[in-house]
Write a protein that binds this ligand. Structure first.
Ligand code: ATP
Length: 431
């Protein structure tokens, strides 16, 4: 495996070598494992390093993070830690362990073990390979379950017959990896997956774990692929029994996909979209609001996520009608769209095919959303206006005038403020 390691970017090679040194000086053994090894062999870029330590993983993580002078997050309950180097580069560190499952579908209890036992608890053969990064055998490949052969044959294979029963989230993981790499579920694994599905194992999983796997699936480059496979293999009861991914819904999701791509292409510097959330909202679009509220409750989405999910569902027909009209003022478009998130606006553009609406949304992203006033609170103060909540009303009015092209320069903005401040309905107070 040395040749694979040597082909890595220098930054990652340095990191691995620091990890190796830290292990050596602390008399520990360390191995690269999991998705990082899988992607290394496949030649796929992966900046999430998974390291297991024979010994105390948390202590090793502390030593490494000190050596690299970077932050560390400890998860003591699981004996794991994450060392974060940069926004996109991190190392997950675990202590080699065996697990036993207190009850099917519950989080495993962790006890100490050796590397092979650690690999044995993993989901699929392709995720259960390891590479030693210890000085004495740096680059030694450990493949106890035939992961390399399965990678070559493009197969997803579980390690034992009870894998999906022990942890049904692996059903979603299997579908995710199968579709991501264009692999196939190996026949026996497929049979076990179907059996676990018939036993409704996914419905027994703690909803938050299910949510996390669902989010990972929706974060895939092309989430429509695994969604179609879910429809074919297991259906969507684990989310809601009313959900079926009908043809109509699929057409909508395809439109959602092209709108997300449009946004990313056009506005690469804007804030990153929560694309998984857009797909989720699109997926559950056919459900009524009560079912959607039930989903939010069951999966305990964060407040901001739930807010966006419900904001889309609660859009009034009148809102869409107005946004589809000819010649609405820029200030009106702004006041309609500004309270909504980018995610919801993308969904509206995907759903309602209307030339005016499309243009208004484009103008909103391109022009209105970046419009700023020259004046600030300090200017209002200088004009002798005592600070108060009415400042906001004044800014709002000036911004509307600016959007509609009625004022352009700072002088014109100030002129308008003077006029507004004389209007008693604004309640302006003079110092
Ligand atoms: P990705 O490329 O999507 O990040 P990954 O394989 O790195 O994939 P993670 O979810 O980061 O996936 O998990 C890291 C490793 O932990 C996996 O490769 C796998 O070996 C193991 N793992 C994760 N989840 C499970 C699970 N539910 N059951 C067994 N092993 C798991």
């Amino acid at each position: 495996m040395k040749k694979y390691l040597d082909s890595l970017p220098k930054e990652i090679q340095d990191l691995i070598s620091q990890a190796s040194d830290s292990a050596y000086s602390n008399n520990m053994s360390v191995y690269l494992v999991g998705g990082f090894v899988r992607d290394l062999i496949l030649g796929v870029k992966n900046l999430d390093l998974d390291i297991v330590v024979e010994g105390d993983g948390i202590k090793f993580a502390e030593v490494l993070s000190q050596k690299l002078n970077v932050g560390l997050i400890r998860h003591r309950r699981f004996g794991t830690a994450t060392v974060i180097l940069k926004k996109h580069l991190k190392v997950d560190i675990a202590t080699t362990r065996q697990e036993y499952y207190p009850q099917p579908a519950y989080l495993p209890e962790v006890t100490c073990g050796v590397l092979k036992d650690d690999l044995m608890r993993r989901d699929f053969t392709i995720n259960a390979m390891a590479i030693s990064i210890n000085r004495q055998d740096f680059g030694r490949f450990i493949d106890c379950f035939g992961g390399e052969a399965d990678l070559a044959d493009k197969k997803i294979r579980v390690l034992h017959n009870l894998s999906f029963v022990d942890d049904p989230t692996r059903i979603l993981r299997a579908i995710r990896f199968e579709q991501r790499y264009n692999f196939k579920l190996e026949p026996k694994t497929l049979k076990l997956l179907r059996e676990a599905n018939e036993l409704k194992m996914l419905e027994r999983v703690q909803p938050q774990r299910l949510r996390d796997e669902l989010i990972l699936l929706l974060k895939e480059g092309c989430p429509l692929k695994p969604l179609n496979r879910i429809k074919e293999l297991i259906k969507f009861n684990f989310i809601n029994s009313g959900l079926s991914l009908s043809k109509k819904n699929l057409v909508f999701l395809k439109s959602v996909e092209s709108q997300i791509n449009w946004f990313k292409r056009k506005y690469p510097k804007r804030r990153q979209l929560d694309t998984w959330l857009i797909y989720l909202i699109g997926l559950i679009d056919p459900l009524n609001i009560n079912n959607i509220k039930l989903i939010c409750k069951k999966f305990a989405f964060r407040r901001g996520e739930e807010k966006r999910i419900l904001a889309y569902k609660k859009l009034e027909p009148q809102f869409i009608k107005e946004l589809s009209r000819d010649k609405i003022k820029a200030s009106r478009v702004f006041s309609l769209l500004e309270p909504l998130s980018y995610e919801v606006i993308i969904l509206i553009k995907a759903k309602f095919k209307n030339k005016n609406l499309e243009k208004y949304i484009k103008d909103f992203f391109e022009i209105y959303n970046g419009t700023h006033l020259y004046i600030s609170g300090a200017d209002l103060h200088k004009l002798g206006l005592t600070p108060g909540p009415y400042y906001q009303k004044i800014f709002h009015r000036v911004l509307n005038a600016k959007l509609d092209g009625l004022v352009k320069t700072k002088k014109e903005e100030l002129g308008l403020i003077k006029k507004i401040s004389e209007d008693k309905s604004y309640g302006a107070k003079r110092t």
